[in-house]
Write a protein that binds this ligand. Structure first.
Ligand code: FUL
Length: 448
């Protein structure tokens, strides 16, 4: 009897721990988000007019007065630039609401712009619809203007504001919770009730992916320079961590946790200019198309997404300098990454037992870029792999790397090859590679 009990106990324990060891999987919304790859952030508000990055919240509303604001121009350029969506700072740390919120007196309604009748969030929502772009919002929990900030009641204000946005302008593809938490007008910091925010969010917007340092759906990549780790797991452990200062180390956010308990992929947020908001003196510091391409390789090409910030200027327009770089960036992606030398898809049911994937180029060609995709709907499993560039069945060059995930773009000095072999050298569980492609890109674009 004792023996039987012990046996049963062992079975139960191994079943439970087996279940815990199972890889978490992305949900439908997260998969759709991974596929977006590249979309925009828009930082706009009083800071645009005061030349600040973090307004104090005491700016007079009249300061917000764009002379030619046109959200359709933003959406048109985003579309032309190949971005898949736009996330706007509906409210930044200064507390100014870009829509006429019922829960604040520091909004577009109190400004001179359109005699207080304007609504930037509403205009952008409509423009995104018109241009077939997804729409999302950033709503800063830190509020340096709201009189209730720093008191328990402010959590009600935040929930009400969030609810107002979701019900008026949703559904959103993504909702951005910034972890920043400083003092408000009464000199106190707020204890954010994120548990409640999350509950309300899930109830009102179950299909919205929610960003914060530690998710629940997407994590911060650990830097604001636009690059993910060369090893980048979509898994993250969040137990014991809080948003903001209590989050995991920046390295952990950059690389994820190989055995993390949750599917919380990294998003690379970065600005096209040094600042998040528009400043005229940064007009000569706009990233070039080549620099943006490099960031694309380091974000999308490392299995993450690229959230590129484009701050409208004081007219309320995307500046000509930025739009020129953005359109050129699209051209670079198109000329370099739309016509592979060879491409092959591998069905889930037709994976080679040896975990060796072959791509024949048809003829000897110069190659300096290989793209791989893992079938992440089944999890992320590749821990390391080797790309072998072959010519006449002889090895010409070997490139090794670690993770793949949604997409991995490897670039290297060009070699002449007629076939590519990819060997998965280590993995968590049986990996599934869904696609393998070879390209020749401009030499100057090869990642340094
Ligand atoms: C940070 C903010 O403090 C910056 O102003 C900016 O909005 C960036 C995207 O997130 O936490």
């Amino acid at each position: 009897m004792k023996k039987a009990c012990l046996f049963l106990f062992t079975v139960v324990v191994s079943l439970v721990s087996g279940a815990q060891q199972k890889n978490p999987l992305p949900n439908k919304q997260q998969l759709a988000w991974h596929d977006m790859e590249y979309y925009w952030f828009i930082h706009f508000g009083p800071n645009t007019f005061t030349d600040k990055e973090w307004g104090h919240g005491d700016e007079t509303e009249d300061i917000f007065n764009p002379t030619a604001l046109d959200c359709r121009q933003w959406a048109r350029i985003a579309k032309q630039a190949g971005a898949k969506g736009i996330i706007i700072t509906a409210k930044h740390h200064d507390g100014f609401c870009l829509w006429p919120s019922k829960y604040s007196t520091h909004t577009v309604r109190e400004s001179k712009w359109k005699n207080g009748k304007g609504d930037v969030v509403g205009d952008l929502m409509k423009a995104c619809k018109e241009y077939g772009l997804k729409f999302g919002v950033y709503l800063s929990p830190w509020d340096r203007n709201h009189p209730k900030y720093g008191t328990a009641d402010y959590n009600n204000v935040y929930v009400n504001t969030m609810t107002e946005l979701i019900t008026r302008y949703g559904p959103f593809f993504e909702f951005w919770w910034d972890g920043a938490n400083g003092e408000g007008p009464n000199g106190k910091k707020q204890v954010y009730d994120f548990k409640r925010f999350e509950k309300v969010m899930r109830k009102l917007a179950p299909n919205t992916v929610v960003f914060s340092d530690i998710g629940p759906d997407i994590r911060w990549v650990g830097n604001e320079s636009g690059f993910a780790g060369t090893t980048n797991w979509n898994y993250l452990d969040t137990a014991g961590f809080t948003r903001g200062a209590g989050g995991p180390s920046q390295d952990t956010l950059n690389q994820g946790n190989i055995n993390g308990k949750n599917w919380i992929p990294a998003e690379c947020d970065v600005s096209i200019r040094p600042g998040w908001f528009y400043h005229k003196e940064e007009d000569d510091k706009v990233k070039t198309a080549e620099q943006l391409f490099n960031l694309y390789l380091k974000s999308v090409g490392r299995g993450s997404t690229l959230l590129l910030n484009i701050p409208p200027d004081r007219r309320g327009l995307i500046n000509e300098i930025d739009s020129a770089a953005l359109v050129d960036f699209r051209k670079l992606r198109e000329t370099n990454l739309s016509k592979p030398l060879a491409s092959k898809t591998f069905a889930v049911s037709a994976q080679p037992a040896s975990l060796n994937y072959t791509l024949k180029l048809g003829k000897t060609s110069s190659v300096n870029c290989v793209i791989l995709k893992e079938a992440i709907q089944l999890g992320q499993n590749v821990k390391s792999f080797t790309v072998k560039l072959m010519k006449n069945n002889e090895l010409v060059k070997e490139v090794t790397a670690t993770t793949i995930g949604h997409k991995r773009i490897l670039t290297f000095p060009a070699v002449e090859a007629d076939a590519i072999e990819v060997a998965i050298t280590d993995s968590k569980a049986k990996p599934v590679i869904s696609e393998l492609q070879a390209y020749l890109i401009d030499e100057g674009l090869v990642e340094k």
